[in-house]
Design a protein. Structure first.
Length: 155
């Protein structure tokens, strides 16, 4: 596995104004026994993990507890730091070429895990919304490729 280069960083604290300017676009499945490939979907605003992750990790910490590690596909993001501190909690970031495309694993300190479908930032709004809703459906068992495929045209 190839991991990202080391670049430590602590982003500035988020303000209410910053968060309202870029609302978090996240849908999670209800807590239930795990089925399917993903536990929900996240639609980031851009490809800079160091600016996108703080809001995501703050919300996911409510469900998982402290987030210890995030694994992502190395080719889908600008070069992020190896560690990120959010609300005083250090989180290790690990980029891998072997990480399935358009996914992110978020691992808590107690080893709880969520696998998120990452909707590409440039996806059209209504398509991204539909994809996120499908990924977060309790009964969804679709693959990542199927979830991201363009809807079939009806004659």
């Amino acid at each position: 596995m190839t991991s990202a280069p080391h670049r430590p960083m602590t982003p500035p604290a988020s303000t209410a104004t910053e968060l309202s300017r870029h609302p978090l676009r996240l849908r999670l499945r209800p807590k239930a026994p795990t089925t399917g490939y993903v536990d929900g979907a996240w639609w980031p605003h851009g490809r800079d993990l160091s600016s996108e992750l703080p809001a995501l990790l703050a919300v996911l910490a409510v469900r998982l507890g402290p987030v210890q590690r995030v694994s992502y596909n190395l080719t889908e993001w600008d070069t992020p730091p190896r560690r990120l501190t959010v609300d005083g909690q250090p989180t290790r970031l690990a980029g891998f070429l072997s990480q399935p495309a358009h996914t992110m694993d978020v691992i808590a300190s107690d080893r709880g895990r969520l696998t998120l479908l990452v909707v590409p930032p440039d996806t059209e709004s209504s398509s991204a919304h539909d994809t996120m809703m499908d990924a977060a459906d309790r009964d969804n068992i679709d693959t990542v490729d199927h979830l991201l495929a363009a809807p079939e045209e009806t004659p």
